[in-house]
Design a protein around this ligand. Structure first.
Ligand code: NDP
Ligand code: OXD
Length: 307
């Protein structure tokens, strides 16, 4: 079977040795090349529009990440299966990051870090976790784990999803009309939604204003979820306390982007949960075997739903 590694900006070489080890008998090519164009399986992060439609033998598109928004955004995407990565380790890593980001606001570590940089010793009152409600947007693989971890750490947790969920100890809301309710008392909001037409720009002025004064925003999903002008306006007005941002419409975030220096904003380099190459390739290899045998594929994306 012929495989192609496809990404707009390259950089997928880190998968090569793992693919050679886990997928014996396959031939691997990098896009752009004639050999890549002939491949039956595209292993992608961000394929340029039209690339996949120009592969006459294509039978499967496999994301190397949990998200598939860059793949589904291509209006010429052929009607073939798209699969994504699902990984318990990824959810655990996301749990660690989101717990830390919650503590960043809850324990005032944003303030402490600023004070420390100025050599300023200032102690302030600390609140217990039970007084810091957290809202998790998206209750899928990552959101459900994050909600459970924060609940276990003593935070009152609210969750929001498209369809109704039941998670013990978490107040779950579903549907667009329930969003204001989910946000109403949240001191921290964590976005773990997939990027779809319905969720693009969801962290806009209306949503962010629905948070109580002094709330912090944690964005781990996609940069396009956030209306950055609305964020900056609400930071400047003092309505929002700050934001921990892990994802951006353009990555890497350019060195001269003002967000790096925006007071209250902490930028991290899309590292909240990184799947191990070995784990990514093991899932792709299993799907290649299934494709060969004609068995149902694992972690197939519902293209109509967009995730
Ligand atoms: P899942 O597909 O497992 O879960 C998505 C959740 O979002 C589901 O609960 C779904 O609701 C909910 N949802 C989808 N659309 C809507 C909507 N319109 N309104 C309300 N809720 C909605 O995703 P994952 O948890 O695996 O990942 C989420 C995203 O996080 C990924 O798409 C990716 O963009 C990002 N990510 C980022 C990483 C990083 O390192 N920064 C690492 C991993 C993921 P329902 O349950 O009802 O279907
Ligand atoms: C993602 C990932 O989808 O890192 O962002 O898996």
């Amino acid at each position: 079977m012929r495989l192609a590694l496809i990404n707009r900006t390259g950089g997928l070489e880190f998968l090569e040795d793992h693919i050679r080890a886990a997928c014996p008998g396959t031939r691997l090519a990098y896009w752009p090349s004639d050999a890549a164009r002939e491949a039956e399986v595209a292993i992608c992060w961000d394929p340029p529009d039209g690339t996949l439609a120009d592969m006459p033998n294509l039978r499967l598109v496999h994301s190397i990440g949990a998200g598939v928004d860059r793949i589904l955004a291509d209006p010429t995407l052929p009607d073939i299966p798209v699969c994504r990565i699902r990984d318990d380790d990824l959810a655990v890593a996301m749990g660690e990051y989101c717990h830390w980001a919650t503590l960043w606001f809850h324990r005032g570590l944003d303030t402490v870090t600023r004070n420390a940089a100025a050599g300023h010793w200032h102690r302030f009152e600390q609140r217990p976790a039970s007084q810091v409600p957290v809202c998790v947007l998206g209750l899928g693989d990552t959101g459900r784990h994050v909600a459970g971890r924060l609940r276990d750490a003593g935070y009152p947790v609210r969750g929001w999803s498209r369809s109704p969920h039941e998670i013990p100890g978490v107040v779950c809301h579903a549907g667009p009309e329930a969003l204001p309710l989910a946000l109403a008392d949240a001191q921290v909001v964590i976005c773990l939604l997939p990027l779809t037409p319905d969720t693009t720009g969801i962290l806009g002025h209306a949503t962010l204003s629905a948070l109580p004064p002094g709330a912090g925003v944690v964005l781990c999903s996609r940069g396009e979820h956030l209306d950055r002008a609305a964020l900056v306006t609400l930071l400047h007005s003092g309505h929002l306390r700050g934001a921990v941002l892990d994802v951006f419409p353009q990555e890497p975030l350019p060195a001269d982007d003002p967000l790096w220096h925006e007071p209250g904003v902490l930028v991290t380099p899309h590292m909240s949960a990184l799947a191990k190459p070995r784990r990514i390739v093991a899932q792709i290899a299993e799907n290649l075997r299934r494709l060969d045998r004609g068995d149902p594929l694992l972690n197939r994306v519902d293209r109509a739903r967009g995730y």
